[in-house]
Design a protein. Structure first.
Length: 428
C-alpha cells in the first residue's frame, strides 16, 4: 500500500491566504509562492557544468521566443554544426598523431631509448581512441523475438516520426529513456527506464517512444558518433591534466605546469559544447513535436509532469529498497510477493501525488530552470513550446489488447529489475 496523505488547512505566514498542508509534501502558498521551493538544489560543481546549464537556458529561451513569434522548427545543418564536425575531426587527428608518434619511437628505437616514450604515447592514444557504444551487459536486453509486440509498437511509432525502428531494447532501473547507436554498423538501441515506463499511461508511453525515436530523424549533431567520441576524448585529456588535490611542493609545481593545457582543454570543451548546443536544443524541441505527433499533444505535455516528480519516484524506490533490506528475505514466497508488487506500489504512490503538489513542482521548476540535464532546455520551456499552436491528435492510439500482450512480454524483465532494486538497492 502507498503512504496515505493527511490534509489540513492553515493560513499563509506571508499573505494570510488559506493554504492546504499535506503530510507528505511541503506546505506552500499558491497566492504568493511562499515556500514554493523550500530546498533549492545546490549548484552543480564545476565551471563546465555551470556554463552548460546557463547556455542551455539562454538558447532554450531564444528558441522559444522564435517559436512564439511564428518561427518554425526543422532539422538543419548550420555553420555551428559544420564547425563542430571540423573541431571533432581535429581532436581525432591529434589522437592519430599521438599514435603515429608512438609507433615512430618504437620503430626508430634510438638504441632502446625510444621504447619508453613510444609505449607511453601508444597507451595515451589507446585511452583517447574513439569508443563505439556497445550493448549493455548489466541490464536485460530484448531482441525482436523476445518482445514482438513491443517492437511492433516501436516500428509503428518510428514510421510516424519518419525513421526506422530499433535493433535492441535495453531495460534498466532509471527514471529516463534514451536512444543510441552501437557497433560498427550503427545499429540502434532504445533504453527504457522501467520505473518511468511503469508510471506512464499507455498513450504517454507512445509519446515517450515518439520523443526518443525522433532523435534519429532530426539531425542532432551532438548524438553523432564523430562529435560524441571527440567530446569523450577531450574529457579524457582534461582528466589527465586535472590538478592534484594534495598540497606538496611537487604537486604544486605540477599543477602550475598543468594549468595552461587544462584551461585550453576546458576552452575546447566549452567551444564544442557551444557549437552543438543550439542544434541539440532544437533537436529536443523537435523530438517533443514528434512525441506529440505520435501520442498527442496532451500525452507529450503530461510527460513533463512525470519528469518533475521523478524525485518522488526515486524516494519511493529507495524506501522500498531500504524496507526490503530491513525486513530481510523472509521466505521465497514473501520475497516474490514484494518483487511482483513493486511496480504497482510505485505507480500508486506517484498517482497519489495531488494536483496541488504537482503545481508546486511546476512553479519550482521555473525558478530552478529545471531540466533533464545540463544540455536540455528547461522543462517548463519545452512544455510551453508544446502548447504553442492547436493541439495535435495521436497518430498511434493505444490498444488494450496490445498493452496486455506487451505487459506479458515484459513480465520477466519487470521481475528481474524489481529484484535488483529490492536486493541490491536503488541506484546500485
Amino acid at each position: 500500500m502507498h503512504t496515505t496523505t493527511e490534509e489540513s488547512v492553515r493560513g499563509c505566514p506571508d499573505c494570510g491566504s488559506e493554504i492546504r498542508v499535506h503530510s507528505r509534501f511541503s506546505a506552500w502558498c499558491a497566492a504568493c509562492d511562499w515556500n514554493v521551493d523550500p530546498a533549492p538544489p545546490e549548484e552543480r560543481p564545476g565551471r563546465l557544468a555551470r556554463a552548460q546549464r546557463a547556455q542551455a537556458r539562454r538558447h532554450g529561451e531564444k528558441l522559444l521566443t522564435e517559436l512564439t513569434a511564428g518561427g518554425t522548427l526543422r532539422p538543419r545543418r548550420d555553420a555551428s554544426s559544420v564547425l563542430a564536425y571540423a573541431l571533432a575531426l581535429a581532436v581525432h587527428a591529434v589522437t592519430l598523431a599521438v599514435a603515429g608518434a608512438g609507433i615512430g619511437f618504437l620503430i626508430r628505437g634510438w638504441g632502446g631509448f625510444g621504447m619508453v616514450p613510444g609505449t607511453l604515447l601508444l597507451a595515451l592514444a589507446w585511452s583517447l581512441r574513439p569508443r563505439l557504444t556497445r550493448l549493455p551487459t548489466d541490464v536485460p536486453v530484448l531482441r525482436r523475438a523476445d518482445a514482438p509486440e513491443l517492437f511492433t509498437l516501436v516500428d509503428q511509432v518510428a514510421v510516424v516520426v519518419g525513421t526506422r525502428g530499433v535493433d535492441a531494447i535495453a531495460v534498466d532501473s532509471s527514471i529516463n529513456a534514451s536512444v543510441a547507436t552501437y557497433g560498427i554498423g550503427g545499429r540502434r538501441l532504445l533504453t527504457l527506464g522501467l520505473p518511468l515506463w511503469e508510471i506512464l499511461t499507455p498513450q504517454q508511453r507512445i509519446a515517450l517512444l515518439g520523443h526518443e525515436l525522433g532523435h534519429y530523424s532530426n539531425g542532432d549533431t551532438r548524438h553523432g558518433q564523430v562529435v560524441a567520441t571527440a567530446y569523450r576524448s577531450l574529457v579524457t585529456w582534461e582528466y589527465f591534466f586535472h590538478p592534484y588535490s594534495d598540497v606538496t611542493l611537487l604537486t604544486m609545481t605540477v599543477n602550475v605546469f598543468y594549468a595552461l593545457p587544462r584551461w585550453i582543454l576546458l576552452g575546447l570543451l566549452l567551444l564544442l559544447d557551444r557549437l552543438t548546443l543550439r542544434g541539440a536544443q532544437r533537436s529536443e524541441y523537435l523530438a517533443d513535436r514528434m512525441a506529440a505527433r505520435a501520442g498527442s499533444t496532451e500525452a507529450a505535455a503530461e510527460l513533463f509532469d512525470w519528469l518533475l516528480v521523478s524525485e518522488s519516484a526515486e524516494v519511493t524506490l529507495m524506501r522500498e529498497a531500504n524496507g526490503s533490506a530491513l525486513r530481510g528475505r523472509g521466505g521465497s514466497g514473501r520475497d516474490d510477493e514484494r518483487i511482483d508488487g513493486l511496480w504497482e506500489r510505485l505507480a500508486a504512490d506517484l498517482r497519489s501525488v495531488p494536483e496541488h503538489e504537482r503545481e508546486r513542482q511546476r512553479r519550482a521548476s521555473i525558478r530552478r530552470g529545471h531540466s533533464v540535464d545540463s544540455t536540455h532546455p528547461p522543462t517548463w520551456l519545452r512544455q510551453t513550446a508544446l502548447r504553442i499552436g492547436p493541439p495535435v491528435p495521436p497518430a498511434v492510439v493505444s490498444e488494450t489488447g496490445r498493452e496486455l500482450r506487451i505487459g506479458a512480454e515484459l513480465a520477466g524483465v519487470r521481475k528481474t529489475v524489481a529484484r535488483r532494486i529490492l536486493h541490491d538497492g536503488y541506484g546500485n
